[in-house]
Unconditional design. Structure first.
Length: 254
């Protein structure tokens, strides 16, 4: 697991933790990824990992006085990193995640130009174009303020299963999680989307904290007959929730 943490200097860094069962983790003493450029003076956050063509790629958010940008790095062992820097430099942007394979000969990446979820396309993982909005907030629903991708997509026989976060416009905005399903060959086509959230702040440590009323995920892992959803709770804790794969597939089929 990669996770974001802050020290007393309030700069975000990325730590590394390992587990045999997906539930109990041991943390490395020092961060494995730290700010390395002027784009990252305030920190590096929200790592999302995708295994692609023999490497593990990490999309992450770089914070600096210049704004918020999507950056990328890759690794083979989580200790040594190749940095590619900011990959969409001209606009505030975050919530990025790669698809685990090419679609129609192009690399495809989620990103978020507030308040909507977008896709971008590339031939080389360096230059990104064709920014296309695929989904946005829904008036009167649990995700009526803004949305963004959670975990990188999981391929199923019915489509790309995408975990995403939605924010409700309340006095203290509330972050919840839901699913959407995208067409396998045309991921700009949304097949299905959660009418109700699958996870929302309920526990005291999800409701109260550095950023209250938040469950926010960057990772969903397929393990045996379940999906393990790892999420941040109120910006103070890391937690995991599980859901049976068959329950999710039944929802897609219904």
């Amino acid at each position: 697991m990669l996770y974001r943490a802050q020290g007393e200097d309030m700069v975000s860094r990325i730590g590394y933790a390992v587990s045999l069962d997906g539930l109990r983790f041991n943390r490395f003493e020092k961060p494995v990824f730290t700010p390395g450029s002027q784009w990252e003076l305030y920190g590096v956050e929200d790592p999302r990992l995708t295994e692609l063509e023999g490497k593990i790629y990490m999309q992450y958010t770089a914070y600096s006085p210049q704004g918020i940008r999507i950056s990328m790095a890759s690794t083979l062992d989580f200790l040594r990193w190749e940095r590619y820097g900011v990959i969409i430099p001209d606009i505030d942007n975050k919530d990025a995640a790669l698809f685990p394979k090419k679609i129609r000969s192009h690399y495809v990446m989620f990103h978020r130009i507030e308040p909507e979820m977008y896709l971008a396309y590339s031939d080389d993982l360096d230059s990104w174009s064709k920014f296309t909005s695929i989904a946005g907030p829904r008036p009167g629903m649990w995700d009526n303020l803004k949305i963004g991708v959670g975990a990188p997509p999981v391929e199923t026989e019915y489509g790309w299963l995408v975990l995403y976060h939605g924010v409700e416009n309340t006095p203290r905005p509330t972050y919840r999680l839901g699913f959407m399903v995208l067409d396998l060959e045309n991921p700009e086509k949304v097949i299905k989307r959660s009418d109700e959230p699958i996870l929302e702040p309920e526990e005291e440590w999800e409701i109260f904290g550095g950023v209250p009323n938040v469950v926010f995920s960057d990772a969903m892992v397929e393990h045996e007959d379940n999906y393990f959803i790892y999420y941040g709770a109120a910006d103070n804790h890391i937690a995991v929730a599980t859901i049976e794969k068959e329950t999710v597939l039944d929802w897609i089929r219904s």
